[in-house]
Design a protein around this ligand. Structure first.
Ligand code: GLA
Length: 725
C-alpha cells in the first residue's frame, strides 16, 4: 500500500517501490518525522529520543523531554520552540510572529493531487499514485494549512506541497513558506548542488555538511544560472552507485531557497521552497495561497538511481502534451550564424543548405522584428521587419516550408526595451520602482506578468503570429534577472514575484491549450531557467549559451543529475567556438550535442564539403539513435572534474542496446591506457560492438571495462553502439 495510517499508533507510512517515508502525530498533535530511507516494514519510532535539554521549550512541564527544539518534524513552524529554520513564518495583523499548527484530520485518496495554476507532477494510468492530505490548524489565527503528499510508487517519487487558508476576518501575512522538510536525527552528510553562471551552468559541487546552514538559493526572480533548484543530500561516502542519497527538486521557475543545516545535536534539516527574501504575502480573509511543489526521491545505491528516478519523473510525469513522447526536430538556429544580421535571403539560403544536411527545422532567432538590430531596442513591439526579411513573416515561413523545412521563431515575451513603443505607451507595465533609477540588464526591463493586462498583451501578439504564420516552434527566451520588484497593478508588493511566475505559467498554459502541437523550447540566456516548473510547459530547454563541446561536457554532466536528455537542447557550433575560442574536432562536437534535443547553430554555407558530409552523417546517426538517447537510461561513467576523460552511456529501456560515448580531455606524452566501464547491462549476456563486430561478455565489461584507442590529440572522442547478441 503506497499510503497507510496506523490509527492506534497515529503513524503515517508512505511506500514507494524502494523507499519508505514515515511520520507520526504526537500527543500534542504536532507532526514528527520518523524515517525516509530504504524500503522497510515496521515502525521507526526508535529514532525519536525524548530527552530533557536545557534552553528547550516544552508544551507540558510534565513531559520535559518533548521539545520541538530537537525532535524531527514534518512541517516546522516558527514560534513553536523549534529554533531551526522553519517552513512557515506567519504574522498576525498586529505584526506578532508565530503560531502552532496542530493536526485536525487527514484524507488518503487515489490519484496524485494537482495544484491550481502551478505545475506539479501528474500521474499516468497504471502509476497507482496516491495523495495524502493533512489539515493542520491554529485557533488563534483561524489559519489552516492543508499539507499535501503525492506518492508515485513505481518512480520512487514522493512530492510535497501545501495550501494555506485564512479562515479569519483579519489579514495574515506569510513571511516564509517552503514546501518540504526532511529532518535526520543523526548521520554525516554531503551536500551536492549545481552552481554556475551564464554560459557555465550547473557545475557539480560537493561539500561536507558542517554545523550551521548551507544555503543554495536564487534571489534573481528566476531559478537562475547561478544555482539550480536541485539539491542532493548524501551519505558522506556516497558514490554514483553506492550510498544513500536524498534529492529535492523544486517544480517552480522563480527564486528559491534550499537550506541544509546541522544543529547543536548534530541533527540535519534539509528543506526547500520559495525564497523568503522579497516575499511577504498578505493573505486576505477567506483567501488561500498554494505552495509550489517539491519532488523528493531517495536512493540507497548512489546518485545514479536518483538521476534515473528524476529523469523518469520529468519525462513522463512533468513534461506533457504532443511532444512529450515524440522525436524532436533536428534544428538549425540562426543565432551563432548571423546574430542580429539575419535577412530573408540569408535565411532562405540557410534553409536550402539545411535541407540538404537532413535538418528538420529552421529557427529564426533574435533580430527578425522592426528596429531589432542590436540588444538595445524593440523588445515588446514584435512587428516583423519586412524590409529585413524581404517579405512578410507569413510568406517567408511559406518559402522555407516550400524548401521542406518547418520553422521556429525566437521570442522574449517577458521583456521590454526602454526604446520601444510598448514602453513608451505603458511605462507602468515594467518592473520599475517609482522614484528609483531603473536598473537595466542587457538594456532591458522586465514586464509585470502579475498584471492581467500585460498577460493579455503578450497572449494577443503571440496568437497573432501563430494564427498568421505556420510557426511550429517557439524559442521562449528570458534574458535578465529581476532586480526591482514593483507592480503598479498590485495591492501588495510582497506577493508580486510569486504572482509573476503564476502569470508566466498561465500564459504558457494558454498557448499550449490553443496550439497543442506547438513545441516551445525554454531558454534564459541558455539555461538560466532550467527547472522542472518550465519543463511542465516547455518540454525542452536550451541547456546553455555555451556551445563549446568541452565546457558542455561539464554543463551536461551536472545537468544530467536531475534532468533527462529529452529536455536538454544541445547544438553543434563552429570553431573557434564563439564563447571561449576553443577548437575541437567536429565529431566530438557532434557526440556532445547528441545528448538530447539536437541541432546546429552555424552558417551551413560556410561549411567545407567534408564538414557537410560529416554533418549529414551525424544527423542520420542521431536520428537512428535518438530513441536510446532520449528514452533510455543514462549513466555517468566518469567524473570529468577528476578524470582525464568524460564518458557516459545511454542504454535502451530493454537494456539490449547501449551507446558508449567518450571524450578525451587532455593528451599527454606516453599516456597510460584509458578504460571505461559501462553499467546497467544485462548480466550473463554478450554484447556486440557494432563498430567492429567484436563480442564482449556483459559481466566482464561491467567489471573490468572496455579499452579505448590511444588518442592522438586533445578532445578526441569515441562513440560505440553495442547490441545484445
Ligand atoms: C539569448 C539566448 C541565445 C539567443 C540570444 C538572442 O542569449 O540564450 O540563444 O537566442 O538570446 O538575443
Amino acid at each position: 500500500m503506497p499510503i497507510t495510517y496506523d490509527k492506534k499508533k497515529k503513524i503515517f507510512t508512505l511506500n514507494t517501490k524502494n523507499s519508505t517515508y514515515q511520520f507520526m502525530i504526537d500527543d500534542y498533535k504536532n507532526l514528527l518525522h520518523l524515517y525516509y530511507g530504504r524500503k522497510s516494514n515496521g515502525i521507526m519510532k526508535n529514532f525519536l529520543i525524548e530527552r530533557a535539554r536545557s534552553f528547550s521549550g516544552v508544551f507540558d512541564d510534565e513531559h520535559e523531554g518533548h521539545s520541538l527544539d530537537y525532535l524531527p518534524q514534518e512541517f516546522p513552524v516558527q514560534g513553536t520552540g523549534d529554533f531551526r529554520s522553519p517552513l512557515l513564518i506567519v504574522r498576525d495583523e498586529n505584526g506578532t510572529f508565530g503560531c502552532n499548527l496542530t493536526y485536525i484530520n487527514h484524507t488518503i485518496r487515489d490519484g496524485k493531487y494537482r495544484l491550481n495554476g502551478l505545475p506539479a507532477a501528474y500521474e499516468n494510468s497504471g502509476d497507482d499514485a496516491k495523495t495524502l492530505e493533512i489539515i493542520l490548524y491554529n485557533n488563534r489565527l483561524d489559519l489552516s494549512v492543508k499539507i499535501l503528499y503525492g506518492v508515485l510508487p513505481e518512480l520512487d517519487i514522493i512530492t510535497r506541497s501545501a495550501i494555506i487558508f485564512n479562515n479569519s476576518s483579519r489579514k495574515i501575512t506569510i513571511e516564509k513558506i517552503q514546501s518540504a522538510c526532511l529532518d535526520f536525527t543523526h548521520g554525516k552528510f554531503d551536500v551536492i548542488n549545481f552552481q554556475g553562471r551564464h554560459a557555465m551552468e550547473r557545475q557539480f559541487e560537493r561539500r561536507e555538511l558542517l554545523h550551521g546552514s548551507t544555503v543554495i538559493e536564487s534571489r534573481r526572480g528566476m531559478s537562475s544560472h547561478q544555482n539550480n533548484p536541485l539539491v542532493i543530500l548524501s551519505d558522506h561516502d556516497a558514490t554514483e552507485n553506492s550510498g544513500r542519497c536524498w534529492a529535492m527538486m523544486f517544480v517552480y521557475s522563480g527564486e528559491f531557497k534550499a537550506e541544509i543545516s546541522r544543529d547543536q545535536y548534530d541533527q540535519t534539516r534539509f528543506q526547500m521552497g520559495l525564497s523568503d527574501e522579497k516575499f511577504s504575502y498578505v493573505l486576505d480573509p477567506d483567501k488561500k495561497m498554494t505552495v509550489p511543489e517539491v519532488i523528493m526521491t531517495f536512493s540507497a545505491s548512489g546518485f545514479e538511481k536518483i538521476s534515473h528516478n528524476l529523469h523518469d519523473c520529468i519525462r513522463k510525469n512533468i513534461c506533457r502534451g504532443f511532444w512529450r513522447d515524440r522525436a524532436r526536430p533536428v534544428v538549425l538556429n540562426s543565432w551563432e550564424a548571423f546574430y542580429f544580421g539575419i535577412s530573408g535571403a540569408k535565411l532562405l539560403d540557410m534553409a536550402k543548405h539545411a535541407k540538404n544536411l537532413g535538418v528538420d527545422m529552421l529557427v529564426i532567432d533574435d533580430g527578425w522584428f522592426l528596429n531589432r538590430n542590436d540588444e538595445l531596442h524593440a523588445l515588446g513591439d514584435w512587428t516583423p521587419d519586412e524590409n529585413k526579411l524581404g517579405m512578410n513573416l507569413e510568406t517567408l515561413v511559406k518559402e522555407i516550408n516550400a524548401i521542406g523545412l518547418d520553422v521556429g521563431l525566437w521570442l522574449e515575451p517577458e521583456m521590454v526595451s526602454e526604446d520601444s513603443n510598448l514602453y513608451r505607451e505603458h511605462p507602468d507595465w515594467a518592473f520599475v520602482i517609482p522614484n528609483e533609477v531603473p536598473l537595466k540588464s542587457r538594456h532591458q526591463l522586465v514586464l509585470d506578468l502579475s498584471n492581467r493586462k500585460v498577460r493579455k498583451y503578450i497572449l494577443d501578439f503571440i496568437f497573432e503570429i501563430l494564427d498568421s504564420s505556420n510557426i511550429k516552434y517557439l524559442k521562449w527566451d528570458y534574458n535578465r534577472s529581476i532586480s526591482e520588484v514593483y507592480s503598479h497593478a498590485a495591492k501588495n508588493q510582497g506577493k508580486v514575484l510569486y504572482e509573476y511566475i503564476l502569470g508566466l505559467y498561465e500564459i504558457l498554459d494558454k498557448i499550449n491549450a490553443k496550439y497543442p502541437e506547438i513545441l516551445i523550447e525554454g531558454c534564459s540566456g541558455g539555461g538560466g531557467r532550467f527547472d522542472a516548473g518550465m519543463m511542465y510547459y516547455t518540454p525542452q530547454i536550451w541547456c546553455s549559451d555555451n556551445t563549446d563541446a568541452i565546457d558542455r561536457l561539464y554543463i551536461q554532466h551536472g545537468t544530467s543529475f536531475g534532468y533527462p536528455a529529452s529536455v536538454t537542447a544541445a547544438h553543434v557550433s563552429v570553431c573557434p567556438n564563439h564563447q571561449n575560442g576553443r577548437i575541437t574536432p567536429l565529431p566530438t562536437r557532434g557526440i556532445v550535442a547528441m545528448t538530447g534535443a539536437f541541432g546546429y547553430e552555424l552558417d551551413p554555407a560556410k561549411l567545407s564539403n567534408d564538414e557537410q558530409l560529416e554533418i549529414q552523417a551525424q544527423i542520420s546517426r542521431y536520428k537512428s539513435l535518438r530513441k536510446i538517447i532520449t528514452d533510455g537510461f543514462y549513466y555517468r561513467l566518469s567524473n570529468p572534474f577528476s578524470e582525464n576523460f568524460c564518458a557516459w552511456e545511454y542504454i535502451s529501456r530493454d537494456r539490449r542496446k547501449f551507446l558508449l560515448n567518450v571524450v578525451i580531455l587532455r593528451c599527454h606524452g606516453n599516456m597510460p591506457e584509458f578504460y571505461v566501464t559501462p553499467r546497467g547491462l544485462k548480466p550473463g549476456k554478450f554484447y556486440r560492438n557494432v563498430n567492429d563486430g567484436e563480442i564482449y561478455a556483459s559481466d566482464a565489461l561491467m567489471d573490468s571495462g572496455f579499452a579505448l584507442p590511444m588518442p592522438k590529440r586533445d578532445f578526441e572522442s569515441y562513440t560505440y553502439l553495442f547490441e545484445i547478441v
